[in-house]
Design a protein around this ligand. Sequence first.
Ligand SMILES: Cc1cc2nc3c(=O)[nH]c(=O)nc-3n(C[C@H](O)[C@H](O)[C@H](O)COP(=O)(O)OP(=O)(O)OC[C@H]3O[C@@H](n4cnc5c(N)ncnc54)[C@H](O)[C@@H]3O)c2cc1C
Ligand code: FES
Length: 351
Amino acid sequence: MEEKRELRIVRKTWETADTATFAFEPTDGRPLQYLPGQYVSLVFSTQTGEKRRAYSFSTCPGVDALPAVTVKRVVNGEFSNWLLRHAEPGDVLTATEPHGRFLLPPKRPDTIFYIAAGSGITPVISHLKALLAKPHSARIILYYANRDSQSTIFKPQIDQWIKDFPTRFRCLYFFSKEKKADNALHRHLNNQLLEELLSRHFADGIAAKQLRGTLFYLCAPQAMMRMAEMTLRTMNFPEKNIVKENFVAETRLPTRELDTTRTHLVVASNARERIEFKAFAGETILNAALRQGIPLPYTCKSGVCFTCLAKCTKGEVDVAFVDSVRREGPGDMVNTCIGYAATERVELWYE
Ligand SMILES: Cc1cc2nc3c(=O)[nH]c(=O)nc-3n(C[C@H](O)[C@H](O)[C@H](O)COP(=O)(O)OP(=O)(O)OC[C@H]3O[C@@H](n4cnc5c(N)ncnc54)[C@H](O)[C@@H]3O)c2cc1C
Ligand code: FES
C-alpha cells in the first residue's frame, strides 16, 4: 500500500542558526513527484520501532532543480535535532512518497494571503515560488511572524521578492524582539491587528467579490491559526477559502477501550492491491493494520497531517478528533489513524 523511497542528501544549507535546508535526490534515479505545499515523511528506525516526521518541501517543481526540505530545531525534539546535528551530504534518508493537501487552487483567486510563523514558512515559500514564476498570477500578501530578522527563515529571498515584484507581492514581518526593521511591525499579530490590516487592505470595503476571491493559507502555531481563522470567519470570509497546515501532533486525543472479543473486517484497496484484515473494537484502523504488519500510509498518527487519509466506500467509520467524533460513511474521507470501524465491515480506497 505504501512505497518508501531512499533519498540521498546532496546539499545542507544553514538558513538561520537553528534551521537548515536539505536538498536531495532519490537513489533510484526516479524523480520525486510532488506539488508545492506538500511534504515528505522521513522514516527513522529506532530501538522502539519506526518513527516518522513530516517535512514540507521548501522547493517548487519546475523552479528548483532538486527537491528540498527545511528543518527548524524544536527544543528537545528528537529528530529535528538529529537531522541538524548529524545528517550530512552523502547520507541516505528513508522517506514516504509526498503527501499533503496544503495545495494551490487549480484556478488562481484575485488575492492570496499567507499567515506564517517560524518554520511554517516552508510550504508557503514553495507556493510563493510557484506563484511568482508565473507572470499573471494572484496578488500575494504574506504576514510572517518571528522573533527578529536573524531568526527569520528565507528573509533574504523574501526581501528580494519584495523588490522584484512590487505590485504583485507584499510582505509584512511581525517581530516580537526587534523594534526597527524594514517592512516590519514590532507587534504580535492578534485578532484586532489582523482585522485592522485586512480592512486597510480592502479600503473600498469587503464585498461579496472580495469574500469569494480571496484565499487564506495559514501555517503557524495552533493558537495563531485559531486566532486568524476566528478573525477571518467573523469578517465573513468563507471557511472553504481558509486552508491550514498544522505542524504539531495532537497529544490530547481520546482513546477507546480495546475489546479483543469483537472484531470488524476492514478491506483496504488501491489501484495495485487489496488487503483484508481484522480490527478489534476500540482499535484504530491504522493501528490494527500496523499490528499485523500491513503497511498502510501514516505520519503523525494524531489526525493532523492527512497522510493516512482514505475514502470510505462501504460501511461507516467513527473519526475521533480531540473535541468531537464524526461518523463518516460511503464517499467520505477518513483519517485512519484516529478512525474506528463502526460497522461490521468497512471498505477503504487509497489514492
Ligand atoms: C504536515 C507537516 C509538515 C511539517 N513540515 C515541517 C517543516 O517543513 N519544517 C519543520 O521544521 N517541521 C515541520 N513539521 C514538524 C516536524 O514533523 C516535527 O514535528 C518537528 O521537526 C519536531 O520533531 P522532533 O522529533 O524534533 O520533536 P519531537 O521529539 O517529536 O517533539 C518534542 C516536543 O516538541 C513539541 N513539538 C513538536 N513539533 C513542534 C513544532 N513544530 N513546534 C513546536 N513544538 C513542537 C512536541 O509536542 C514535543 O513536546 C511538519 C509537521 C507536519 C505534521
Ligand atoms: S497519520 Fe497524520 S492524520 Fe493520520
